[in-house]
Ligand binder design. Sequence first.
Ligand code: NAD
Length: 250
Amino acid sequence: MGLLNGKFAIVTGAASPRGLGKATATLFAQHGATVAILDLDADQAAAAAADLPGEGHVGLACNVVDKAACQAAADELIAKWGAVDILVNNAGITQPLKLMDIMPENYDAVTDVSLRGTLYMTQALTPHFRERKAGSIVNLSSVSAQRGGGIFGGPHYSAAKAGVLGLTKASARELAPDGVRVNALCPGFIATDITAGKLTEEMRTQVLAGIPMGRAGTAEDVAGCALFLASDLSAYCTGTEVDVNGGSLI
Ligand code: NAD
């Protein structure tokens, strides 16, 4: 069953082969969507798009911290496809720093990608979504926002992802009358390049002890929830946050 047949979707930060964005783009394509992968490197974005099932997918270079680049990518895709239905604001970076080690450049780098990126891509597509009276935006937050930190993210990462939740709820409230939905995903400990190779065995045991389901999540676990939020299955959901964390917050 194609939950996204005939839909056009943009996923930012989706070139990383083991990342949540790539898994989401892949599942969307399997469900009939035409997908644009936006990432820092044009060749990597194009290669990731070529790897998706089906035809017509696009890979573009777009640094989401650059407002003009976000607008240019959105305009190019609207012109090419005639419509965009779904935006997944997935690009994000993390740094495992303690409070007192965060320098201004660390703060800027981490908050810029998650917060500015989400804001700029949302702004770039909002006039189009409003005109069509439709659109589904899925923003990547994190369990780090909900419980104040985790193993991989410093306080600046928690703050950035908490900011994403605020941005999600405020934009959901503002855009609901226009038929546009905005929701957030809060993944817990997911095995991707962001987390790979960064845990000692002792840390791993400690992390898994805090997860009632007893395992790390997979990128596919997150992609399934992104599909739910992007598709009409969640037609009456906006401003919500969906936890994908194996029960970590119970
Ligand atoms: P990843 O590092 O595998 O992929 C991130 C991608 O974002 C990369 O392809 C990178 O090139 C791209 N990117 C970085 N800066 C960019 C920019 N300025 N413009 C465009 N693209 C940029 O990360 P992931 O683990 O797949 O995480 C995806 C999202 O999920 C992130 O927002 C992350 O914070 C969030 N998240 C991840 C986990 C986890 O456990 N992996 C948990 C909670 C939340």
